[in-house]
Design a protein around this ligand. Structure first.
Ligand code: FAD
Length: 296
């Protein structure tokens, strides 16, 4: 019998002393699949609270995301969470995907709006018969079977939000719609995360907010990813790694050291845990853990 991962991530975060979680992406090909499953098996011994698998832009990885999270539920000791976006889906389709997740033994979902294919600043056009905002999907998922539902949060605010205050109101709306925890976009400075938490808790957000960690091992790559979510790497952070622009080994070491410092500061400031963007590799996360003296 496959194990049933009905465990709610929200409960696990609340019960645990510190939540650790890892995010993976559906691979493009066979070699990518091998890399993904190697990373999963290398990180499994750290006994993370959960692992999550992204949902491709435009709903392109729908079957893969359900398949991978289902396999994690069946074949590993890990609690999987599947991401789900509103892009290109009607309400009925979203209900069917939630049914597919449940049938695969996946009972935690990250409910997102998703981005238009031209990026987060492009105009959002809802699919006919679908949703306009993530909170509608949160509401659907939390009333559909027994899902524990997480949502996205943004240090510095979502690029499309009118203001950071409005951005926190959106997070409150997600909580009121049934979200039980949130995960942030990449955090570059602990102060940005602290401001998000303070601003949001002041208006009533009390769900755990996990900071997202992406070490800068390749400046151009992380800058491109930040740009894709409508952001920039802060100048002082960029300056620290730019010193090593011509020395990839030293740059990597600095990127790991900076990420470890950031994690320490976030935890010391009261973050309930850390969510690592792994890009389907385990080495950087393991190096950060070594610096933080987190052992298997
Ligand atoms: P929403 O909450 O709908 O917000 C989108 C915009 O609408 C914001 O500007 C917000 O201020 C505004 N808004 C929201 N509600 C209202 C309202 N009621 N009235 C007026 N304005 C409103 N994308 C993927 O495609 N696949 C993934 O797997 C994926 N994983 C992610 C994981 C994390 C941890 C994060 C932080 C992001 C992820 N994304 C993913 C990106 C995400 O889909 C985009 O950032 C998207 O632009 C916003 O999604 P949302 O769920 O916050 O949307």
């Amino acid at each position: 019998m496959p194990p049933e991962h009905t465990t709610s991530i929200a409960d696990l975060i609340r019960q645990g002393e510190r939540s650790l979680s890892f995010e993976f992406m559906p691979p493009r090909d066979e070699a990518g699949a091998e890399q993904l499953w190697t990373a999963i098996s290398e990180l499994e011994p750290y006994a993370p609270t959960f692992v999550s698998v992204t949902y491709g832009a435009g709903g392109t990885t729908r079957d893969k995301t359900v398949h991978i999270t289902g396999r994690i539920a069946r074949e590993t000791s890990l609690v999987p969470m599947g991401h789900l976006t509103c892009v290109g889906h009607t309400r009925a389709e979203l209900e069917r995907i939630l049914d597919d997740y449940a049938a695969a033994g996946v009972h935690n979902v990250l409910a997102l709006r998703g981005d238009p294919k031209d990026g987060p600043r492009a105009e959002w056009t809802p699919t006919e018969g679908g949703f306009t905002h993530a909170c509608e999907l949160v509401s659907l998922a939390s009333n559909h079977g027994s899902f524990s539902v997480g949502v996205a949060a943004f240090p510095g605010g979502h690029p499309g939000a009118e203001s950071v205050e409005r951005d926190s109101e959106v997070l409150l709306e997600k909580q009121r719609s049934g979200a039980e925890f949130a995960i942030t976009d990449m955090v570059f400075r602990a102060a940005d995360y602290a401001e998000l938490v303070e601003r949001s808790s002041a208006i009533g957000v009390d769900i755990p907010i996990l900071p997202g960690i992406m070490p800068i091992l390749n400046l151009a790559q992380v800058a491109r990813m930040a740009e894709l979510s409508g952001r920039e790497i802060p100048a002082e952070v960029r300056a620290r790694v730019e010193r090593y622009a011509d020395d990839p080994v030293a740059l990597r070491a600095e990127g790991i050291a900076m990420a470890a410092e950031l994690c320490e500061k976030l935890l010391a400031d009261g973050a309930p845990g850390l969510h690592f963007y792994t890009l389907n590799r385990s080495k950087a996360t393991r190096q950060i853990f070594e610096a933080l003296r987190i052992t298997v």
